[in-house]
Design a binder for this molecule. Sequence first.
Ligand code: FNR
Length: 381
Amino acid sequence: MTLDSGPLVQTAIYIAGGAEWPLASEEWEERARAALEPGAFDYVAGGAGAEATMRANLEAFERMRLRPRMLVGTAERDLSVEVLGLRSPVPFLLAPVGVLSIVHPDAELAVARAAAATGVPLVLSSAASTSLEDVAAVGPPRWYQLYWYSNREIAASLVKRAEQAGYGAIVLTLDTLMLGWRDRDLRRGYLPFLQGEGLAQFFSDPVFLAGLDTPPGEDVATASIQALATFPNLGLTWDDLAWLREQTSLPLVVKGVLRGDDARLALEHGAAGIVVSNHGGRQVDGAVAALDALVEVREEVGDGAVVLMDSGVRRGADVLKALALGADAVLVGRPYAYGLAVGGQAGVEAVIAQLAAELDVTCALAGVRTVADADRSLVSP
Ligand code: FNR
């Protein structure tokens, strides 16, 4: 499927007599709630603690207002971006979202097919339910997200595998060296990894498998616990990044930065790019909204550095606000997971197509022809 222009998508919906899919992100979320088993829905929808940061992410976008520019001549628009060699027809990517087998049986394969069909890149999670090689075989434009487990040999193996499978960058997530305190999941004791879900990178990894007495096929419970035991890695420091840099020639992007000084440290320690993110409010409850952190980070690192952001992007206007505040592109998380829950691959494609179309219409009306036009003057708090 090609991503049609906003006006074309809009006209097609009117002519069809209405939208085939849910339109607003709240509608997608409600449809996903109806489609999913309650534990799975809460795992995706929930955040850390009182979920204050999860709400703050949305409020920060709400607070910021666009200042549309008139009579720029926006009949021709090109909203494509290229970030560290990765091209996207739109200024957003699909964020790493783990354990998608709890959302849909086709899991990451459906997402990869939607990414390949639309050309919108996928950042594949370390906690995916599909091996990175199987996702690569579908052929989406792709980066690999790394959880740096306390076992360095496994981390090195994952990075090598990602490089061999044609992933264009390693996105090291800094904010999840252990799981956040998540009320919804704690209340139920819901942790899909304990049942072997979301461990496909482990179960396909020669280094991990060599350390097991019994293969996961014969004893999934023990293999899962052994995988989970390597997960917390709170001893990690900036100095460790030098070791990771030696493991790969791929650019290293760090995800989960919320402060200007950390952004500077990341660049000083060899990161090629930064994702400003609070993990969708799933890690540190009470943390600053990602959009507010974006402003601080961009001011600190200047125009030249590669800065992406996620956490709270729901609508076309949100994408434009983030671009105007200094993001080179954004990542979309929960919305496509809800699309997957509602309609598998077609649902993910619908979420992508709608977001692209709404963004395109917003840009057409706000005087934005390319992402370069989305400067700071386009927003006011
Ligand atoms: C995530 N996120 C995430 N991030 C990451 O680096 N590795 C991962 O495996 C996961 N897994 C994951 C699972 C689920 C269910 C969610 C909702 C999120 C975080 C993700 O990449 C992104 O930062 C957030 O989703 C952004 O917040 P919103 O916009 O989705 O609310």
